[in-house]
Design a protein around this ligand. Structure first.
Ligand SMILES: [Fe+2]
Ligand SMILES: [Fe+2]
Length: 279
């Protein structure tokens, strides 16, 4: 089966890329299940019920998140009623929501999704390396295919998680930095790995936000109000092909598409050659 993972969706420009491009991507890559990180989908900060429900309607099957999950207060109520919205599993006990979910493909095959968050340069929450093993144990009797979104800042911590889980899950995909890395590979025991899947949103920006206030914060160290940028929207993500029976990854393909490319893809007949541009 093929699973599409979409990197952090930032604001309306990011959502528009999903709206315009998802159907074409599903068709082109024969996608059975779609996972998307939605932590920045509501104006760059958090997620609302209206936006989450819309993403699900457009074809996203499971939404992951990260440190921005609580930015919109209504996410506390939404996550309690929507099991397809995950928050990092290693938040302390008692925090609303869940860190894993077992989804079904259209033809009834199960896919596990686990969300965890790193601690290097981030909140000092519970140990993600231990918690993720417990989450795998809790769902592995239901499926061998398990995708982990490891939301973390440090490349080293993400890579460590990849090796920690090699042979235990189908894929470990990093999120949070909003900058796609070019190190996709399949580790020796069959786990697909990519340090960061990148950002689905405006790329003429500073990690999705308007350049001026973001740059100003570095120049004068004073607070400034961040709004999502609009220029050069791109969809970033990754597709992993997995063996249903063993859960091993057989292929991993990194994606980065402009709006034009997505629109062309949606219009092109299946199998037509891809025309891509430099970001
Ligand atoms: Fe993010
Ligand atoms: Fe984040």
């Amino acid at each position: 089966m093929n699973i599409l993972f979409i990197g952090d969706i930032v604001g309306r420009p990011g959502r528009e890329m999903v709206r315009k491009g998802l159907r074409g991507l599903i068709e082109r890559y024969d996608v059975d299940l779609v996972i998307a990180n939605a932590e920045n989908s509501a104006n760059g900060f958090g997620v609302t019920k209206e936006i989450g429900d819309t993403l699900l309607e457009w074809g996203v099957d499971v939404m992951t998140s990260g440190n921005h999950i609580w930015d919109k207060k209504e996410a506390i109520d939404y996550i309690a009623t929507e099991p397809r919205l995950l928050r990092p599993a290693n938040y302390p006990a008692g925090v609303p929501g869940r860190g894993s979910y077992v989804a079904q493909t259209g033809d009834g095959r199960a896919v596990g999704v686990i969300n965890a968050m790193g601690r290097v340069f981030m909140l000092n929450i519970d140990d993600p390396f231990q918690v993720v093993l417990k989450e795998i144990e809790a769902i592995r009797h239901r499926t061998r295919v398990i995708i982990v979104d490891f939301h973390a800042e440090a490349t080293s911590e993400k890579m460590a998680m990849g090796w920690h889980l090699d042979g235990k899950v189908t894929a470990v995909f990093g999120t949070h930095t909003h900058v796609q890395t070019a190190d996709e590979r399949i580790l020796p025991n069959g786990t697909a790995y990519l340090t960061d899947t990148g950002m689905t949103g405006p790329h003429d920006s500073i990690i999705g936000m308007e350049r001026e206030p973001s740059l100003a914060r570095f120049l004068n160290a004073m607070p400034s109000r961040f709004e999502p940028a609009t220029g050069n929207p791109r969809l970033n993500g990754v597709v992993v092909e997995a063996d249903d029976k063993t859960g091993r990854a057989s292929r991993v393909t990194r994606l980065s598409f402009s709006e034009r490319e997505l629109v062309d893809m949606a219009a092109a007949p299946k199998g037509a050659p891809l025309r891509t541009t430099v970001p």
